[in-house]
Design a binder for this molecule. Structure first.
Ligand code: UDP
Length: 486
């Protein structure tokens, strides 16, 4: 009997457990990774918090994954927070502490369940977890499972996290509010690129003992303990920085942009698709696509600040007036919870709302990938979240960046200064600047941005087509999963 079981284990495919951070961006990209692995015939358990599981079942078409991939399985675990906790981005530390206290022991228990308890599924043979959830590395090491970390934020920000101890030693951090424009000199590979204002938002607290700084500072030591690191990027975008990251994490799998990679592999797959996949935690308003169909090519500014940003009444009004005064058409995602508990509509005077209706369209949540791929969209006013940035890069849409927190301050600097794919509006929120930047990107410097955006989009496309670097790296990841799973 035991022999039979061993034989079965030998012939059953590897079983990868994927554990993303419980936010929209990481869930989006790691669900794409899950699907890419399923397409290669692997068993995948997508492990999310109970809260995220509820949202996936309620709003998304997760059924698509179940029906298309017999090896796909959704599982969930407690995040240790009360039901009614808002779980917004700025409560990250609270969430993280609950994870350590409650989720870690549950995660361990789950992996130690006897094979009979999870049958007919094979036992987990490989873990892919978000690198900031470093307790997963402790557990994997303890029970002897291979683990590869995945970081879904930008590699340029990850490199800064890795270099936080160097910044501290060199005295370039902490700094005063009046030193924001001083250049950072001590970070290898970023000389002359970053100012202090471009460092992750939490660096501005001025306190090196700030809990979020301490948390991100540990990454330099934690992530390299894993058997490898997956990054959602492509070599042509960030080559020099990736060489720096390789000095600490030599086994790097750059397999992005993940959303595009999945599209490319699905296009090459012959299985008929009976439905579509979506991982939005909110109902998508698809009427905006019909509205876009009626607009001239490249005439619309798409505005969205992602899933976590909250804005003030003043900021809402500045953006509103700036957009209206620009005279351009716009499609704006204003989430119902954009203003932390306040209802946004009443903040806008009636005459301004009427004015906006002439050229603007507002939705609560959009099918963003489709919107950015729509021919009517000419620019993206974004908070520079990493997923949004990659989605825009892939579609060749120039950006106007209004970064909010964590990696967004660095991403927007790279968009503006390194890749020349748009403008960085960091640290201002003023109607005149909004209007000017919209006009610069949509008109004055239109050709220049279109050229660089088209060029980068073509490199992104190449990377995920067969033989491209991201595609080769994904094949290597799959081979490594197979060989390390034995
Ligand atoms: N998104 C979407 N519809 C929207 C706004 C955002 O589908 O109306 C998606 C977007 O395509 C991206 C994700 O939500 O994949 C946001 O992730 P990102 O890393 O850009 O920002 P975050 O929400 O984590 O701040």
């Amino acid at each position: 009997d035991q022999q039979q079981q061993q034989q079965q284990a030998l012939h059953s495919p590897p079983h990868v457990l994927i554990f993303p951070l419980p936010f929209q961006g990481p869930v989006n990209s790691m669900l794409k990774l899950a699907e890419l692995l399923c397409l290669s015939g692997l068993h995948v358990t997508f492990l999310v918090t109970n809260h995220i599981r509820g949202r996936l079942l309620r709003f998304t078409n997760i059924q698509y994954h179940f029906s298309r991939y017999p090896g796909f399985h959704l599982d969930s675990i407690s995040d240790g927070l009360p039901e009614d906790h808002p779980r917004l981005g700025d409560q990250f530390m609270e969430m993280f502490n609950a994870f350590q206290a409650v989720t870690k022991p549950l995660f361990r228990q789950m992996l130690l369940l006897p094979a009979s308890a999870i049958a007919p599924r094979p036992p987990v043979t490989f873990i892919i977890a978000d690198g900031i959830l470093s307790f997963t590395i402790d557990v994997a090491k303890e029970i002897g499972l291979p683990i590869v970390c995945c970081r879904t934020l930008s590699p340029c920000a990850l490199w800064i996290f890795f270099c936080l101890p160097i910044l501290l030693q060199s005295g370039e951090f902490p700094f005063q509010e009046n030193e924001l424009d001083v250049l950072i000199t001590c970070v290898p590979g970023m000389e002359g690129v970053l100012r202090r204002r471009d460092l992750p938002s939490f660096c501005r607290s001025g306190d090196p003992d700030d809990p979020s700084i301490r948390l991100f500072m540990t990454e330099r030591h934690q992530v390299p303990r894993a058997d490898g690191l997956i990054l959602n990027t492509f070599e042509d975008l960030e080559g020099p920085l990736l060489s720096q990251i390789r000095t600490l994490c030599p086994n790097l799998y750059t397999i992005g942009p993940l959303h595009a990679h999945l599209k490319a592999r699905l296009a090459a797959d012959t299985t008929p698709v009976s439905s579509f996949s979506s991982s939005s935690f909110r109902p998508e308003d698809r009427t905006c696509l019909t509205w876009l169909d009626e607009q001239p090519p490249k005439s619309v500014v798409y505005v969205s600040f992602g899933s976590l940003v909250t804005i003030t009444e003043e900021q809402l009004v500045e953006f509103w007036v700036g957009l209206v005064n620009s005279g351009k058409r716009f499609l704006w995602v204003i989430r119902p919870d954009s203003m932390a508990g306040k209802e946004w509509e009443s903040q806008i005077p009636t005459e301004l709302r009427e004015e906006a209706k002439k050229r603007g369209y507002i939705v609560g949540w959009a099918p963003q990938e489709e919107v950015l791929g729509h021919p009517s969209v000419g620019a993206f006013l974004t908070h520079s979240g990493w997923n949004s940035t990659l989605e825009s890069v892939f579609e060749g849409v120039p950006m106007i960046c209004w970064p909010y927190f964590v990696d967004q301050q660095i991403n927007s600097r790279f968009v503006g200064e390194v890749w020349k794919l748009g403008l960085d509006m960091k640290d201002t929120c003023d109607r005149v600047i909004v209007e000017k930047m919209v006009n610069d990107v949509m008109e004055v410097r239109k050709e220049e941005f279109a050229r660089s955006a088209d060029w980068m989009a073509s490199l992104a496309r190449q990377s995920v087509t067969k033989g491209g670097v991201s595609s080769v790296n994904l094949d290597r990841l799959i081979e490594d999963i197979r060989s390390m799973s034995r």
